[in-house]
Design a protein around this ligand. Sequence first.
Ligand SMILES: CC(C)(COP(=O)(O)OP(=O)(O)OC[C@H]1O[C@@H](n2cnc3c(N)ncnc32)[C@H](O)[C@@H]1OP(=O)(O)O)[C@@H](O)C(=O)NCCC(=O)NCCS
Length: 186
Amino acid sequence: MLLPNGKKIRIEGAQVYLQSLGDENATADYVRWLSDPQVNKYLDTVKTTIPELKNFIRGKNASADCLFLGIFTTEGNRHIGNIKLEPKPYDIGHRRAAIGVIIGETSYWGKGIATEAIKLIVDYGFANMPLDEIYAGFIAGHESSKRAFEKVGFARRTIEERSGNPFGLVRKEERIRVYKKEWQGK
Ligand SMILES: CC(C)(COP(=O)(O)OP(=O)(O)OC[C@H]1O[C@@H](n2cnc3c(N)ncnc32)[C@H](O)[C@@H]1OP(=O)(O)O)[C@@H](O)C(=O)NCCC(=O)NCCS
């Protein structure tokens, strides 16, 4: 999703800002993140290429429902990760979307960056998109991911079994969520 005039979206934060991606962001570093076992341990993507990433970015930008943004450091403008709000097919028409975040540069872990990026995109999503609920799904036991979402106010955990992943495995997925009503009340 870009702005209606095709302009990039940019959301300012303290440590980081979020900005729409283009072909120029499909870099060898981004390929490296997704093949790093520390990073992809709880993800469904395990290997990719620069052309695949370009297609992926173009596809997300072309979708009117998906907000897919890079996470860039305020100091140095380094692209260190991505974040997105995207409804799953069964969410369409229900005013809800899933949130996903990845900090690919592991030297930036543990500094509150995911927490800040989540807060920025949820603020933007509730103010500018037709959403009443945003939920985060992650593989059970992924404590740092859960903690980052809980810190900004996601709650009400449910657990589901999920087999739709490239490993063909049934995995336990936890979900936590936040509603627009509560978010505005914060
Ligand atoms: C999960 C991830 C996004 C967290 O990013 P981050 O910028 O390091 O997160 P934050 O610094 O905002 O930390 C969030 C909280 O998790 C805590 N945390 C970090 N590692 C932890 C661990 N192993 N166990 C428990 N808590 C942990 C942090 O201490 C912090 O809580 P605190 O402020 O109360 O101390 C990052 O590790 C990542 O990109 N992982 C790979 C991709 C991925 O799995 N994404 C999520 C898919 S749902």
